[in-house]
Design a protein around this ligand. Structure first.
Ligand code: PLP
Length: 440
């Protein structure tokens, strides 16, 4: 075996990985269909037949609802705006608490703040990386009204959260941005709670540039979400919704071109998922033989969507830090065609636990006096101090390795290169012991 690339040896692979490109002739034809019609949007912010959007929007919503076996699908211009529709639909009081995970994209935890509600962080389960139901129970107070759970990295949230929510009279909102097509007990992620949201941004399994879809079986939540999408205050009387609180309207509307692209992308989802799953499962099986690595587990009733392949690393077993190990693996592998500027698509950690962001550390969101955090009436609550979610901190700072080198554009022969890079570094790890991350 040649010298480690980090010491000038020949890397396992130097030519780029193929790109992840889901767009093809079908999407071009769909865009042309809309262009020929000449109607790029048909929404109107008034109670009118066009309140519901144009032909492509309605078709996308119907097809999405049928695919995910849900009563309502509501197309929006991002998952971020969809999460705001979902939280707004719940009609919460300012100061109500929403339990959220610390490991997610910031858009998840900001959605409650938009409606003056307070995010309360609860730690994750180190096996699934999603909210740990036991910790959630500890975080419930008399002000808790909802749990906003995330199917992180494509792993579905725990069904226990449904039971807890039902038992305590809370809403369960699901951020399924990273998990379209994942299932738990035969039910799709996104449909495990009262209301769920998907992302169609260009990093996701399927996309239309930017976009999102809200799903629910609940008629009241659906009409409220549609109102928030489209200038609620002007449409609420026509819609006959009596409880108008929270119904301030935005313009979260998706265009006809994006909807037409999303319709084609949805058709491709099963095939794209099965390729990702095959790659990720192959790699998990191989990497299990490295004692310091724990590849992601899937419970018996789980079908993972593998947004990324998240591996846990045990520094004590390896006797070198995760960051040095990852730096060495990166040097053995190439970039991905089309995303050269992102470097090699493997890294240590995900996002810093979100309570460490300035908005929570300074408890400063609207104005300078701490609103809405002050609504709790207690200066020490919620607890956003470092150490409040130790599992998430340990995962991010020490244990997690995530990579995208199992996407649907790759084959098992590409997987072999990824495996070989890990094994090469593992077998030569003694040589890395003299390095610290500052040396690299
Ligand atoms: C878990 C999660 N929630 C929300 C979002 C926001 O999605 P969007 O970019 O569609 O607004 C993302 C995007 O990466 C995400 O990963």
């Amino acid at each position: 075996m040649s010298k480690l690339a980090i010491f000038g040896g020949k890397p396992v692979r130097s030519y780029p990985f193929p790109p992840y490109r889901t767009l093809g002739e079908e999407e071009i034809e769909a865009v042309n269909r809309v262009m020929e019609k000449g109607q790029l949007s048909r929404f109107i912010g008034a109670w009118h037949p066009d309140f519901w959007g144009g032909e492509e929007i309605r078709a996308l919503e119907e097809e999405w609802a049928a695919f995910f076996n849900v009563k309502h699908a509501i197309a929006v211009n991002s998952c971020t705006s969809g999460l705001q529709c979902a939280i707004g639909a719940l009609d919460l009081e300012p100061g109500d608490e929403v339990i959220v995970p610390p490991l997610t994209m910031s858009a998840t935890v900001v959605a409650p703040l938009v409606f003056d509600c307070i995010p309360v962080f609860s730690d994750c389960d180190p096996a699934t990386f999603c909210l740990d139901p036991e910790r959630v129970q500890d975080a419930i107070t008399h002000r808790t009204r909802a749990i906003l759970a995330v199917d992180l990295f494509g792993h579905p949230i725990s069904e226990r959260l449904r039971e807890i929510a039902k038992d305590k009279g809370l809403y369960l909102v699901e951020d399924a941005a990273q998990a379209p097509g994942a299932t738990k007990g035969g039910r799709y992620s996104g449909t495990l709670g009262d209301i769920g949201v998907f992302s169609l941004n260009y990093h996701k399994h399927i996309h239309c540039g930017e976009g999102g879809i809200v799903v629910t079986d609940d008629d009241d939540l659906a009409i409220r979400a549609r109102l928030i999408r489209n200038h609620a205050e002007s449409c609420v009387e026509g819609a006959g919704v009596e409880s108008i609180s929270g119904l301030i309207g935005f313009n979260f509307r998706l265009t006809e071109i994006q909807a037409a692209i999303a319709r084609e992308q949805l058709k491709k989802l099963p095939e794209l998922l099965s390729k990702r799953r095959a790659n990720a499962r192959w790699l998990s099986k191989e990497l299990k033989d490295i004692p310091a690595l724990s590849p992601p587990e899937e419970g018996e009733d789980v079908d993972h969507a593998y947004y990324v392949h998240a591996i846990r690393y045990d520094e004590k077993v390896a006797e070198i830090s995760r960051d040095v190990f990852v730096a060495a693996v990166r040097r053995e592998l190439p970039v991905m065609a089309g995303r050269e500027e992102d470097g090699v698509l493997i890294r240590g950690g995900y996002v810093r636990p979100l309570y460490l962001l300035p908005i929570f550390q300074q408890k400063r969101c609207y104005g300078r006096k701490g609103y809405p955090f002050t609504l709790s009436g207690r200066s020490e609550w919620p607890n956003y101090t470092e150490g409040c979610c130790p599992v998430s901190e340990r995962l991010h700072f020490k244990e997690l390795i995530i990579h995208e080198l199992m996407h649907a554009g790759l084959s098992i022969s590409d997987m072999k290169d990824v495996r070989d890079a890990f094994f090469k570094v593992w077998e030569k790890r003694d040589e890395l012991k003299r390095l610290s991350i500052q040396d690299i």
